[in-house]
Design a protein around this ligand. Sequence first.
Ligand code: SAH
Ligand code: SF4
Length: 376
Amino acid sequence: MTANLLDFDLEGLAVFCDGLGEKRFRATQLFRWIHQRGMSNFDDMSDLAKSLREKLKVHTHVSALPVLSQQFSKDGTIKWLFDVGAGDAVETVFIPEDDRGTLCVSSQAGCAIGCRFCSTGHQGFSRNLSTAEIVSQLWFAEHFLRKHLNQTDRVISNVVMMGMGEPLQNYAALVPALTTMLDDHGYGLSRRRVTVSTSGVVPMITRLSQDCPVALAVSLHAPNNTLRDHLVPLNRKYPLDELLEECTRYLAKAPRDFITFEYCMLQGVNDQISHAHELVQLIQKHAAQGLRCKFNLIPFNPFKASGLLRSEDATVAKFASVLLAAGFVTTVRKTRGDDIDAACGQLAGDVKDRTGVVDRIAQQRAIPIRLLDASA
Ligand code: SAH
Ligand code: SF4
């Protein structure tokens, strides 16, 4: 099998080219053709020596994931479904805004964490994506959009690892993908505009701060361990205080001076005023140790198997007002791409029924998390 060059960050490509007897600056030229110009045909890379092009044709290829479908929302959001083989598919979403273009990227086919309110979690885990499969989502989207919008400048300014999967459970593939996004010879994205979202894989947050500090979003969803254990099962392994202490440490290396806490608003489950006060207390305790954060309240995007409901707008507003009154910057996420099921947590992408999933959902549904004061 020949190597897919989308699998390499610049450093990796330099090592690979060295193996072909080529100098480092050749790797830089090649990297720029691929990522900045969107080229996959070596014959079009006019400043590469013919001998190198011939070697590349024999030993390598540049291949994006095959597109299964492409959907355009009336608000400008675009969703792609990519084939990752063996009946699996992943989704990528482009969200245009006035001052930025954000790409929401997937890191795994399915997810092993199994959050109660997440449609990807309900599918079970299939496999990790390779670096090439992660980078391919950006490569394809950026160069598609330039053609589609008839634009030569960069279209995508922000990447959020908020598609399918838990990025910090696919760390080895994630880091070279992030490095490629940040590289001036690649996509040249600012560290502040590349966000890793995690359900709280504490040891990997530590490693990310050392290897490739980017903006960090942490999916909190509950103000206490009892409730979070039910909503985000990983909490049993890395409970709240441990997670929040790690968030505080991350700030020392982070490109932004705050962590974003995501909080999915589930009617009658985690959206009561008492939860908001409890959350304020929890975060204030850690703020005293240096934690700085912003809250992003996400209205739950319902899907049938979850058995859960979206909080009323008025409930979300009241919850937000408690956080705001305590001095926390709080936003409520706008739902985009609703008409094409492109909103957070709706990314299903699967085209096969995975073994064991039905049992797992049955178990999850048996958890009585609708008790209003389970958290009190
Ligand atoms: N695994 C990572 C990143 C992918 S999920 C994580 O959990 O952070 C991206 C965001 O979507 C997370 O904050 C997640 O909690 C949220 N989400 C999942 N399902 C959702 C749903 N049905 N409605 C709204 N948000 C959801
Ligand atoms: Fe996985 Fe994130 Fe979904 Fe939880 S919310 S199941 S961690 S993708």
